[in-house]
Design a protein around this ligand. Sequence first.
Ligand SMILES: [Zn+2]
Length: 423
Amino acid sequence: MPAKTKSPYLLLANIGQLVTLRGDQAPRRGPALKELGLIEDAAVLCGGGKIIATGRQRDILRHPWLKKNRKKAQELDCRGRVVLPAFVDCHTHPVFAAPRLVDFEKRIAGASYEEISAAGGGIRSSLAGVRQAKRTELADRVLKAFDAMLRHGTATVEAKSGYGLTMEDEIKSLEAIRQAAGRWPGTVVPTLLAAHVVPPEYRGRADEYVAEICDEMIPQVARRKLAEYVDVFCERDAFTPEQTYKIFFAARKNGLDTRGHVGQFTATPLLPLLAFDPASLDHMDCVQEKDVLVLSGAETVAVLLPGANYFLGHKVYPPARRLIEAGVAVALATDFNPGTSPTPSLPLVMSAACTHMKMTPAEAIAATTINAACALRLQNRKGSLEPGKDADLALFDVADHREIAYWFGWNRCVEMIVSGQSV
Ligand SMILES: [Zn+2]
């Protein structure tokens, strides 16, 4: 029997609440962050992998194409539930070989992140596993993480290298991301994070490692188109602001865009970094007031990662309310990684953002869809449901969009549509 072919047309019918996020293809700031473009009793028509129309169901059913071709379109009955743009996870570290259970127990017993790192734990303890692993083993692990993210509503993922820290192992990590991306229906944005920590071979010679990143790794990664972004962990015990400028300069010179880890444990001066026009600056736990004002006038998105605060047991979270009120473009991401945030779930991160950062459930949705798409410069394709954009949608088994952040630890995502196809 011939395989049943899927129709290129899909009608999502009987949607109780449709979250469109329609509007400018730009990050939402201030009061606009909670405007979701809700439509009740809605339907969505997709074709050729794109959104054709969204609206009230009675209007969509009168759509001229649908009136003529109703039989050609596959129909998905959403039974009064919530549909929204698939989430965009704009900050993850999926290329690692094993969980860090010793660190987990040490922290429970009272050790701090910096104490664990000084005792040989932390990022450096993931190096051996990645260096020993074959590329295909890493790709299988990355794919497993992408699949878990997809089951929680995510169809676009930014994925960083950063646990190899040699030319060979960073390239192997980026190739593993590419291999996993080829087997996954969603969209993957790869990032070179060779500047995660200074590897042990370069202890006391950090500038030499920075020179290797700038003169050898970045040019090779750019030539082989293995990454779109270059990231730096700018922090005490990682890389200084001056080293970060050098790496960002090399990235731009080689045609790659930049993003950064800043202000997780100590404040990072942001103004000089903004000169490189980074797509995002992430963490922002320790952002200075003068930098809040500078950021509010920038296109750069502040990506907040409360999963890390939760898992590290911090009492203090990134100052989301201050940033939103100042007009900074704010997004949320999982920071999926083995040391500080081993969760693939953006709904869990949204819950932490609401409970601990006092974001509203609506703000948390905009921060994981349109604003997260802006953090990857994909806002013309992703992050909202509007004609011409990619048909990536998530169906949640809830009657109200606020329930997505409410049922923490209970995955209510029941169906994913990626490029107009149910996956
Ligand atoms: Zn990170």
